[in-house]
Design a protein around this ligand. Structure first.
Ligand code: AOF
Ligand code: ZN
Length: 386
């Protein structure tokens, strides 16, 4: 039997090559986080493995707004050199026809001989059909390479399509004893410069950033990404403001025409005030009330998902954090801790949860701990088994 050079590669060596190029594809995929909603951010690398050393002939990632998709970008770059290559894709190629044809078909048409796919696409229009299309088209498919990392990169999108709400990340910057301000309300600065830079990067990678109205009133924040080179990547700003208490003169309202602002508000909020906000270019979303007569935050998130938002970062305050935690709506926590202590007369990062007991089921698992100057950042994810 005549084996092509690709098939002569020992399995172990092939696995090392697969890991190397899937890692590259994942790095490309992460570039789009915060820019591609409602779509996932996908990376694709086309590699010619016929020679002595593997050669990258095309790279692509999902473009701002979610289109073009990663695969067609990579194929476009590679041109005729795409023929016979291996495609490394961080998400199963799509099988549906949108503005353009399916990516799976584009890979077949480009003459790709092998596809390495990190994880399946939970969008019901795809969900296994992309891989089936590749196989039917004569492409050999390897699945599950760096699957966990790819799922992590796609988690906002997956949450939107499977749970009808965006993924929610809670960011907290506190003292060692979990305080975010002194009893006089002073909070600038608890954490250091590196933690603040990291926060701005997180903002760039979010589709929306959300805070409660009390925090918006007290801090008068901009909630933009102000990292050099990334200032164009500020997320949509969302304020949970049931009673429309945000001042019309706030920085958020004054900059609404540059970076969008959404107010989540109640049906019974003042109509004239609502109109005044709308005249300033602020978008209002009416949120149904829950049994406690407060805005139902699960419903609010679903309304955001319906607008395509997949990744929400929550930056306070204590009451918004508590209400989302109480409703099990927090998927990730990024907790910065400074080596300072404020004591019991300070303000806590999370308001009262009314727990009688330690609820072991609702716990978070640690993903990483890193030092950022004097501060420590702990990254947590909600336990998957609940
Ligand atoms: C891919 N590569 O880079 C992305 C994919 O609305 P459309 O037509 O752009 O399709 C969006 C769907 O395509 C989205 O829900 C997800 O299933 C998939 N995203 N697929 O092959 C990509 N971003
Ligand atoms: Zn596609």
């Amino acid at each position: 039997m005549d084996l092509s050079p690709k098939e002569q590669v020992a399995p172990k060596e092939r696995m090392a090559i697969d890991l190397r190029f899937m890692r590259m594809a994942l790095t490309l995929a992460r570039r789009g986080l915060g820019q591609v909603a409602p779509n996932p951010s996908v990376g694709c690398v086309l590699v010619d493995t016929s020679g002595d050393v593997p050669l990258v002939v095309g790279r692509g990632w999902t473009q701002p707004g979610g289109r073009p998709h990663a695969e067609t970008q990579a194929i476009g770059r590679a041109g005729a050199r795409a023929r016979g290559t291996t495609a490394y894709v961080t998400l199963e190629p799509c099988a549906h026809t949108g503005k353009t044809g399916p990516c799976a078909q584009a890979l077949i048409d480009a003459g790709i001989s092998r596809a390495v796919v990190a994880c399946t696409d939970d969008d019901p229009r795809v969900n296994g059909q992309g891989v089936a299309m590749l196989k039917d088209g004569g492409i050999s498919v390897t699945e599950g390479v760096l699957e966990d990392e790819a799922k992590d990169a796609n988690s906002g999108f997956t949450c939107r399509v499977t749970r009808n709400r965006p993924e929610v990340l809670l960011k907290i910057a506190s003292t060692l004893d979990g305080k975010i301000a002194t009893h006089t309300g002073k909070s600038h600065w608890i954490t250091g410069e590196m933690a603040r830079e990291r926060t701005h990067l997180m903002r760039a990678q979010a589709d929306a950033i959300m805070i409660g109205s009390a925090t918006a009133i007290v801090d008068d924040p901009q909630l933009t990404c102000r990292l050099p080179g990334l200032s164009g990547r500020s997320p949509i700003r969302v304020i949970a403001d049931g009673r429309l208490r945000l001042p019309l003169t706030s920085k958020l309202v004054r900059t609404a025409s540059d970076t969008p602002v959404i107010l989540l508000t109640r049906e019974d909020a003042d109509k004239d005030r609502a109109q005044a906000f709308e005249e300033q270019g602020v978008d209002l979303i009416t949120v149904p009330l829950g049994p406690d007569n407060q805005m139902n935050m699960g419903a609010a998130l679903t309304l955001l998902a319906e607008r395509g938002i997949t990744r929400v970062m929550v930056e306070g305050g204590a009451r918004l954090a508590a209400s989302l935690l109480r409703d099990n709506l927090i998927d990730r926590i990024e907790w910065f801790q400074a080596p300072k202590i404020i004591g019991d007369d300070g303000y806590s990062a999370v308001a009262g949860l009314g727990l009688d007991d330690i609820d072991l089921d609702a716990g978070f698992e640690r993903q990483a701990v890193i030092a950022l100057g004097e501060d420590v950042l702990t990254s947590l994810r909600v336990r998957h088994d609940i």
